[in-house]
Design a protein around this ligand. Structure first.
Ligand code: SAM
Length: 212
């Protein structure tokens, strides 16, 4: 992680419900809620890479009567964001949500948290190199439990990587459930279901390095 971006201030546009970031959040939250509605399991697991203040998962679980069946690990590097996410989880009474201060680019950080039934890669793919996006997508079968869902985001810039991301996901054994790319904003949100065999989590290795 670099010193260029203040990752606590990065969250400020969430205070404006009309900001693109808030619109992206609502889409991600809708898909988390749909995933919960579709899964009747008594126990579900979630891992969120670069979770920030946890607005997506904590925001959904805070209003769900079935929140206690979700056991989640939020991986976040910034100490201030870890504190904010922990406070939000505590306020919502989410005792099964663990906020882990860790480098989500290291596979070792996922020990005990993966394989998970829901993997959130939200606000990750736009902050790492294209080669690291490809490497991370290829590593997802090691983070996913059987029939897991992955929710991911990526800004569409001059060179739009989203077609490649969707192809890499297909190659890694995922089937696309949804892809949102609204015309008036740069963000995109993808939802993919893992329909291949999970692979063992080899905790050695780096899947990405944050650039910004
Ligand atoms: C673009 S924000 C996304 C936050 C959150 N997922 C969201 O969408 O609201 C990226 C987050 O990644 C965190 N971060 C940066 N490098 C990281 C790393 N190596 N491991 C874990 N978190 C990291 C930052 O502190 C920041 O909170």
């Amino acid at each position: 992680m670099t010193a260029q971006t203040h990752w606590q201030a990065w969250h400020e546009p969430y205070a404006d419900e009309n900001s693109p970031l808030s619109r992206r959040l609502r889409l991600v939250q809708q898909h988390i809620a749909s995933w919960l509605d579709q899964r009747s399991d008594e126990r579900l697991t979630v891992v969120s890479a670069c979770a920030g203040q946890g607005h997506d998962l904590i925001g959904v679980l805070a209003s769900r009567s079935d929140a206690q069946r979700v056991h989640g690990t939020l991986l976040e590097y910034d100490a201030g964001n870890v504190t904010a996410a922990q406070a939000a989880a505590d306020q919502a009474g989410l005792s099964n949500i663990v906020i882990r201060q860790a480098d989500a680019g290291q596979l070792s950080s996922y020990l005990g948290a993966a394989p998970a039934d829901l993997v959130l890669m939200v606000g990750v793919f736009g902050n790492i190199s294209d080669a690291d996006v490809e490497r991370t997508v290829a590593a997802l079968p090691r983070l996913c439990a059987e029939s897991a869902t992955v929710i991911w985001t990526r800004a569409r810039r001059d060179s739009d990587l989203t077609s490649a991301v969707r192809r890499w996901l297909r190659d890694a054994g995922f089937v696309e459930q949804a892809f949102h790319a609204p015309d008036d904003v740069r963000f995109s949100v993808g939802v993919h279901r893992f329909e291949s065999a999970p692979q063992p989590l080899d905790p050695a290795g780096t899947i990405f390095t944050f650039l910004r």
